[in-house]
Design a binder for this molecule. Structure first.
Ligand SMILES: C[S@@+](CC[C@H](N)C(=O)[O-])C[C@H]1O[C@@H](n2cnc3c(N)ncnc32)[C@H](O)[C@@H]1O
Length: 224
């Protein structure tokens, strides 16, 4: 299956995977000059909506492939780089495939974990810590919506030193709903941003309803 076929109708995923690939391609050789290992953590692993049977259009397979390339390049320069990965997924079906994938990897340390990110922040920090002083963590956060990665929740991951975090922040989707005035939705956005202030929009509740009503023909049927 060609790359084009693999991502047919899934252009957003294609771009996301392109960014992940390119990020690691540049990040790896820089970090690999001083780190003994890279600890890659996929917080929302999937597999999710894949077209391939061998899972090669998944973020975790792409990350591992890129990190292996980095390791090979560094080995040619006489440097040894260890790869450590933690893959997290909350749903049983995808997790079974993820675990199977992990079991087949022989050349990297792989830990697969079934559960929600919300319940595994400490486990992630512990896994990173187990890599020792000279590991460099890279955390990938790729949720399906705007929940599950509230600022307070992921703070310990953002504070890892050293460390880098890549978040797929679905701006278009979030912009569409940020003015929805339902209390629950507003609470979710406040916790996502860590405050009610720093947002794309600061519309009053009245203005939010007006905007929302323009978008949704039968506003009374929408609850939040
Ligand atoms: C957008 S998909 C991930 C796609 C994957 N990162 C990729 O690019 O191939 C989000 C995945 O996270 C899982 N998920 C949703 N909420 C979660 C949570 N709170 N904690 C962990 N996994 C979650 C979903 O079941 C789904 O498989």
């Amino acid at each position: 299956m060609s790359e084009e076929e693999l991502y047919l109708g899934r252009e957003q995923t294609q771009i996301k995977h392109f960014i992940l690939r390119k990020y690691l391609e540049r990040f790896g050789p820089i970090v690999g000059t001083f780190a003994e290992s890279i600890t890659y953590v996929d917080c929302f692993s999937g597999p999710w909506n894949l077209a391939s049977d061998d899972l090669r259009d998944s973020s975790f397979a792409i990350a591992l492939e890129e990190l292996r390339k980095v390791r090979t390049t560094l080995a040619e320069r006489g440097r040894t780089l260890k790869l450590r990965c933690m893959f997290l997924e909350k749903k049983a079906g995808p997790f079974a495939k993820l675990r199977e994938f992990g079991k087949q990897v022989q050349d990297a340390e792989i830990e697969t974990k079934k559960g929600k990110l919300e319940d595994n922040i400490e486990a992630i920090c512990q896994f990173v810590k187990k890599g020792g002083r000279w590991t460099f963590p890279f955390i990938f956060i790729d949720p399906t919506g705007w929940t599950g990665f509230a600022m307070d929740l992921i703070a310990p991951l953002l504070q890892l030193k050293p460390g880098e975090v890549l978040i797929n922040f679905m701006t278009d989707y979030i912009r569409r709903f940020i003015d929805y005035p339902g209390q629950q939705t507003q609470k979710q956005f406040t916790s996502l941003f860590g405050s009610g202030e720093s947002r794309f929009s600061r519309a009053s509740k009245k203005r939010r309803w007006r905007r929302w009503n323009k978008l949704v023909p039968a506003p009374n049927s929408v609850s939040g």
